[in-house]
Write a protein that binds this ligand. Sequence first.
Ligand code: ATP
Length: 233
Amino acid sequence: MLKLSNITCYYGKVAALREVSLEIHAKETVCLIGANGAGKTTTLNAICGLLKPVSGEITFFGERIDHLHPHQILRFGICQVPEGRKIFPDMTVLENLKIGAYIYNDKRKVNRNISKIYDYFPLLEERKGQLAGTLSGGEQQMLAIGRALMSDPKLLLLDEPSLGLSPIMIQQIVRIIKNIQEIGVTIFLVEQKSFALRIVERGYVLENGSISFHEKSKNLLTSVEVRKAYLGV
Ligand code: ATP
């Protein structure tokens, strides 16, 4: 479904990604782990078109997307839930959801998607008139994921959804991710916590901008080196 081939990205003169190659197949959930500053967010930003690679190729269903604008990539079916959620705190839950559907002009389609999101996350319907900034961290993450699903993504990029959440809230996020898997959305999950490897099939390890390992998640979970270096356990 998605293929990165030898992607290199720079911030000014500094290389943030060096020859990164990875593949995600349809309906899979794949994880990207790595230390702070390894380039995980940069990888997601390159996929979304927020940062243009200086070399390499990104294809989605076989078509080159690395030259496209972010809004075009969104229309192709790739949507990112950014680190720190980035919801609009002074807008209501419903208004935040509607923003997620900005690619659609058809009001009926938008309303259908809102109903779908309320079916997945009944709490968002209960809180639809509430200002998003007054939601708890876990609820804000749920809203950020719901907003992303409003554009009917085929591939959802989740950047550290557990960041700043309590263990109970992380369990809720795990349930949400499993629900999304069940509805057939492919997920690329960036994480630094071990729960991620329990809900994915494969994982890539990013080290200083390069992929150092690519393994089945059960092998990564049992690797003492990986656990110590990247998962803090
Ligand atoms: P974290 O887990 O802390 O979010 P990360 O693995 O997602 O880290 P990135 O945010 O992709 O890492 O950053 C990779 C490198 O690029 C880091 O050295 C970072 O300081 C640098 N970097 C990130 N964004 C910029 C930017 N806008 N300008 C310059 N350098 C940047």
